[in-house]
Design a protein. Structure first.
Length: 282
């Protein structure tokens, strides 16, 4: 069978010489991975949850997927029929049955929202069931590890505190982190002293969370109580005297330091004032 004239024949070429000291990629020295340094925070609580040193580890992928399925629950293929109730739904039903008073007083939920929690195990709009120790780093699906919390503080706990400490952790890796934790299962804004929309009282780090995107979760009496406490504890602003005196003219220093002397001395005649003004311009 004759070859097609357009087909190019294979050409044998000698491999170019490698430069001195060349090594294949798999034998080249690897750069050491940067050592993990835990972030430093200028506070020991965030949204009322104290930062506690906790050792955590990353379970296997199969363990993490099983824990997530246990929390979410299992549905049929079409997503319409509940095959197995998840721990989130069980926790919400437990709160509706045992902690209805706290749900109303702390979070401002009404009877309709609480009945949805009791009947269907549904999370009210604007809230989240938060794992105090995340599933990704060995957290368990236990009621003691859950808290019903508004979205804004929930997202801030993750993005501003937890994510910085557990990012890039590999399967089986262990690490000691500062974990926001408390014993409560229902978030209490009055106890934790934060304002409407869960704004921090005193920002002490650059937050990645925009509070304007979140809905109001506080009752008017919560805000009034927190505001009254704040007005009692607010400290007056102190302005540095040295900085103030430095920014005013020399003639104003004596007026700032000894106002009684200035008041006792009559102003100079207009002619003298004019000469002083011209001298200052010169």
């Amino acid at each position: 069978m004759e070859k097609d004239a357009s087909e190019k024949p294979y050409l044998h070429q000698k491999r170019p010489e490698r430069p001195p000291g060349w090594l294949p990629p798999n034998k080249r020295p690897q750069k050491p991975k940067p050592r993990y340094v835990r972030p430093e925070y200028s506070f020991d609580t965030i949204h009322g949850l104290s930062l506690k040193e906790t050792e955590c580890y990353v379970p296997t992928k199969a363990e993490r997927e099983a824990a997530r399925l246990e929390f979410d629950g299992q549905f049929s293929a079409d997503g319409k029929t509940l095959v197995k109730e998840g721990m989130r739904a069980k926790f919400l039903k437990h709160l509706a049955e045992k902690h209805a008073k706290e749900l109303k007083e702390n979070l401002g939920l009404d009877d309709g929202q609480i009945s949805q929690m009791a009947e269907r195990g549904r999370v009210p709009n604007g809230f989240n069931v938060h794992h105090k120790l995340p599933l990704h780093v060995g957290g368990k699906n236990e009621f003691s590890n859950f808290i019903l919390i508004p979205l804004y503080p929930h997202d801030q706990l993750h993005r501003d505190i937890l994510d910085k400490q557990i990012e890039n952790m590999k399967e089986g890796e262990r690490r000691t982190i500062l974990l926001p934790t408390c014993d409560d299962t229902v978030y209490d804004p009055k106890k934790y002293g934060y304002m409407k929309n869960n704004q921090k009282v005193e920002p002490n780090y650059a937050s990645k969370v925009d509070a304007a995107k979140y809905s109001d979760n506080y009752l008017p009496e919560h805000i009034a109580e927190i505001q009254s406490k704040r007005e009692k504890t607010e400290k007056p602003k102190v302005i540095s005297l040295f900085r103030t005196l430095k920014e005013i003219s020399e003639s104003g220093k004596s007026a700032a330091l000894f106002p009684e002397r200035v008041a006792a001395v009559p102003p100079p005649p207009p002619a003298v004032q004019k000469k002083i003004s011209e001298k200052g311009r010169g």
